[in-house]
Design a protein around this ligand. Sequence first.
Ligand code: PLP
Length: 461
Amino acid sequence: MSLNMQSVLKQSLERHFDLFAEHVHPQWLRVLRTIGFDRVYTRAEGPYLFDDQNRRYLDFMSGWGLFNFGRNHPDIKQALSDIIASDFPGWIAFDTPALASVLARELTRRTPNGLEKVYFCNSGTEGVEAAIKFARVTTGKERIIHLKKAFHGLTTGALSVNGDDSFRAGFGSLLPSAEVPLNDLDALERALAVGDAAAFIFEPIQGKGVLIPQEGYLRGAQELCRKAGALLICDEVQTGMGRTGKFFGFEWEEGLDPDIIVLSKALSGGYVPVGAVISRTSIYNKVFSSMERSMVHATTFSMGNLAMTAGLASLETLKDYNLLEKAELLGRQFRDGLEAMKPRFEFIKDIRQRGLMIGIEFGEPRAFDLKAGWTLTHGLDKNLFTQAVTIPLFDDHRILTQVAGHNIDVLKLLPPLIIGEEDIRYFLGAFEQCMIRLHKFPGPVWEIARKLGKYAVTASR
Ligand SMILES: Cc1ncc(COP(=O)(O)O)c(C=O)c1O
């Protein structure tokens, strides 16, 4: 073969940004350049990325939450190498893929409420599409109720249940849906009373803003749905696979018994895209109700050997390295460290954490000069304040973090579950430094924010 991957990588590095801008996504490159995140990464190991100058970065974004096991986990890599080396046949289409059966059995063993059937797809949004279709055919109703600020993916069906208008703008009419505020059972009851709802879809912790439902809200929602004949779809795309310290995020609330669970992201092991829609047999029987309908919902790449192997190896890794317990323990260390800082820093308003899904919310301070800084940045751009935290974390400390959504003053941390205590200490030290500098107004950090804000205002014109 004339293709030599080493030389492809070497050549691509020579025109790294230009090639991307020419042929992939120039606007995204503009974003990266504006916030100074335009680095060239050449190697990755566990929670660390290394750039072309061999500088090490601590990755607390985990690729939007998919690297629960860190990057290039040796056990997952080995399992994938083994299945490739075996020449085991896949995607025969007219057969019953063996690895899919084993992974489905393993997943259903982990659902506390005994959901028995698994439909495999290739991403979170594709899983949500399937869940919407399954709910519609099962109930004979069309509308899906979702929460404000919900995020379930960006294909057309999933976009219909997105709780942020900025994602929907410009894409025309979508599926019938209804939005209700989080923690408001009366609003949900009113939406269900219309009588046309096929399902209520929720994230156990909302990724946008890291919002944790009040205890009892989801149980109440379940009761209302059961009464109204609507299904309960639990989107575990981000919260599943141990992210919150339990296998599924919904296990934090007792008595929850969703009808459909969607899993993706970390099930990939950080290697092979995969999605899984776990549902009751009664739902399966409605969708695939006859032999004629046995292909009524399907996709070419479903149940691929590499994806199934990545899923099996991910489940094993979670168990072998006690990652559920570890996520809970390490999460508490983050919380304790951040709580200890809170009285010293007026900008820290709230800390929300379950396992290693962590949100730090900032709020308007009391001190007059700091208030001026807050007002200035929010006047320029509502996302700016938290960028004034992510940028120095990245620039000065080489820690990759993210703002938890549009117009939200929340810094979000999704570290891999395999991080060490020294990584937490490093983050806490770096975050403290950023807070000390932000609590001096005016100052260099504010200068960055002001410049960025000016740019945002010009760009939006
Ligand atoms: C809760 C949730 N659901 C669905 C999705 C969509 O998944 P994907 O990006 O794989 O389409 C995401 C992605 O971030 C998510 O966080």
